[in-house]
Design a protein around this ligand. Sequence first.
Ligand SMILES: C[S@@+](CC[C@H](N)C(=O)[O-])C[C@H]1O[C@@H](n2cnc3c(N)ncnc32)[C@H](O)[C@@H]1O
Length: 418
Amino acid sequence: MKNLHYHLLNSPLIAQDYLILQGIIKFRGGPISIAEYMEEVLTNPKDGYYMNRDVFGSGGDFITSPEVSQMFGEMIGVWAMCLWEQMGQPDNVNIVELGPGRGTLMADLLRGASKFEKFTKSLHIHMVECSPTLQKLQYKTLKCEDEDVSGSSGDKRTVSMFSGAPVSWHTTLEQVPSGLPTIIIAHEFFDALPIHQFQKASRGWSEKMVDVADDSSFRFVLLPQPTPAILSLMKRYKWAAKEDIAKLEQIEVCPKGMELTHTIAKRIGSDGGGALIIDYGLNKVVSDSLQAIRKHKFVDILDNPGSADLSAYVDFASIRHSAEEASENIAVYGPISQSQFLGLLGINFRVEALMQNCTDEQADLLMSGYWRLVGEGEAPFWEGPDDQTPIGMGTRYLAMAIVNKKQGAPAPFNESQD
Ligand SMILES: C[S@@+](CC[C@H](N)C(=O)[O-])C[C@H]1O[C@@H](n2cnc3c(N)ncnc32)[C@H](O)[C@@H]1O
């Protein structure tokens, strides 16, 4: 026990998170929900996992599609441009990215779309990011510069040198100004939102909580009394088939994901435009998916909080129901697999075009990136958890669109058979 404290106090980032969580549980006089644990671990303003460092890529903990290949952001750009066409090519559009990581997706989108000036000139870029460190990285990736606003007294605005589009940062979607047609992109954002877990017990569904054991380590406990999150579980119940629920011993619900979907659907319903959500997940109730990943390997969820990414599968059926509940002016399409989504948008043409002008080494990189994006595999691994695991992101990642009904079915969902 002494050793444990010595070790923790000598690794400041980990110790802080550990001590903060212990403090919260002690102060509360009892265990905290998994959602609260997740939120503290990931986004605590002082020591949250995302707040002070770059965690992406082969040198970090996990890799995401935009970091695998430039083609991912370029294809999202094709999707956004098609939607903009369907919106009637408005002169001013908000393009919002939720949780932009290093900013790679938006940079590739802008670079890929640079020949279509009418589109890029219409964009007002809004990055919704809670991490100050990642905000700075995004500023660099988008080649941003601060310039004087003409005619004003010293006011500055930030623009991206890729297209001259103004860029601003926010910590929530609500902070993005409304009133303009809006394109929202959420790639691997919903999976980072806190979930609650419920377990079937003799007295009905009981919430699984995080407590501190006698040896000061964290442990899971089941709470006998009802918790407020049971209301979200009841809502999720209403949307599920009874026979599906009956089979489950455990259920995950994500009230923050439901609330965010409401905000997205209301915004799209009133301002026009559409949202694209891509993430790993299922099109049904999720049972037991919470996972911790450090250096590309699964680790214990309760081990060294703050030193590993925590995420959970996204319940796309719940997103569909939440969106439809929030606004009558929207329609939901998908989910379809990432492989189908990218294939129907024309990634095969893009890879062929890029292969025309590259060295053998670049061609190898392009092909392996392409295959990771569209091939089969188990999310979210860059290297499989063992030598046998396929590493493609094409089937486990799903794409869903929420669009204003005025625009009709968005590409490529209008072509898919699902
Ligand atoms: C899994 S990463 C995905 C990054 C990026 N979209 C990509 O695909 O490379 C999640 C991102 O969301 C941000 N994030 C997580 N929770 C957030 C929250 N509650 N509010 C705002 N940003 C959040 C993280 O800082 C990070 O940029």
